[in-house]
Ligand binder design. Structure first.
Ligand code: F6R
Length: 258
């Protein structure tokens, strides 16, 4: 796991560099997209590069991580609406190139199986962008999630509904109780995972992710078992990292081994 402690306003460009490099070598790469506030600067930075003609997603495909169950299509808080607004509509993906799980599918269990199959038939995810919840969830894999889990229906934790009420005009009751989410096992199959966390509220989750015992209590700790994970955090999200000095030193020295 590579830990990069960087100024919040540089994180978007650092990840956009990785994405541009991937697309240069592989224009038909498969991206994994997270919704929420954490990846916004990444999407801004990639959209700016596409706007300047420096990179293109015209041949790329993408899969989102998760979706609420039961929000009407086009609902402003539906993750499909959010990712279209925050990213897809601002870049040059081909029509139909971005897929997300359908939280209104008549058979949610069949939808989950079909979603995993679609990711596999696309050749798997080359670069997966992740945020992390204050309770250590990635996608909507709440504490207690199986490390082997596949895309499935989950019940949202009370803390996640409280955290996400800000997108529902502060009304926690308006936040759906269930979601469809890629499983931890599904996410672990991505070839490169880039997790972004900023703000003091993420400090404990980041500490557990990087330095805690691997446990379903903090689902993101499964990433310690992945061979290629980059964790980008700002100073406040890094505040509880015991080995922060080492991570800073290693990052400053990276040019010596690349
Ligand atoms: C969203 C997702 C979630 C978020 C997490 C952090 O697709 O998978 O795991 O990444 O809840 O959300 P933000 O970035 O809004 O703090």
């Amino acid at each position: 796991m590579e830990v990069v402690i960087a100024a919040e306003d540089t994180i978007g460009d650092l990840v956009a560099d990785e994405i541009a490099e991937l697309l240069e070598g592989r224009p038909d790469a498969v991206l994994g997209l997270a919704t929420g506030s954490s990846p916004l600067r990444i999407y801004d930075a990639v959209a700016a590069r596409v706007g300047r003609g420096e990179t293109s997603l015209a041949r790329a495909r993408a899969f989102t991580l998760d979706e609420y169950v039961g929000l009407a299509p086009g609902h402003p808080c539906s993750y499909r609406t959010v990712i279209d607004h925050d990213f897809v509509s601002r870049v040059d993906f081909a029509p139909g190139a971005v897929r997300g799980p359908d939280g209104n599918a008549p058979d949610l269990f069949a939808e989950c199986r079909a979603y995993d199959a679609a990711i596999a038939s696309a050749g798997g995810v080359d670069l997966q962008i992740l945020g992390i919840g204050t309770d250590g969830h990635i996608a909507f894999n709440e504490p207690g999630s199986s490390f082997a889990s596949r895309t499935r229906v989950k019940t949202l934790a009370a803390q996640t509904r409280i955290d996400n009420a800000r997108f529902f005009e502060g009304d926690v009751e308006a936040v759906p109780t269930h979601c469809l989410t890629q499983g931890l096992g599904t996410i672990m199959e991505a070839r490169h995972i880039v997790l972004v966390a900023t703000g003091a509220g993420k400090a404990e989750a980041v500490h557990q992710l990087v330095e805690g015992a691997v446990s379903a209590r903090w689902p993101a700790t499964i990433l310690q078992h992945h061979a290629r994970v980059t964790v980008l955090v700002d100073d406040v999200a890094a505040a509880r990292l015991r080995l922060a000095d080492y991570y800073r030193h290693a990052y400053a020295q990276r040019h010596l081994v690349r």
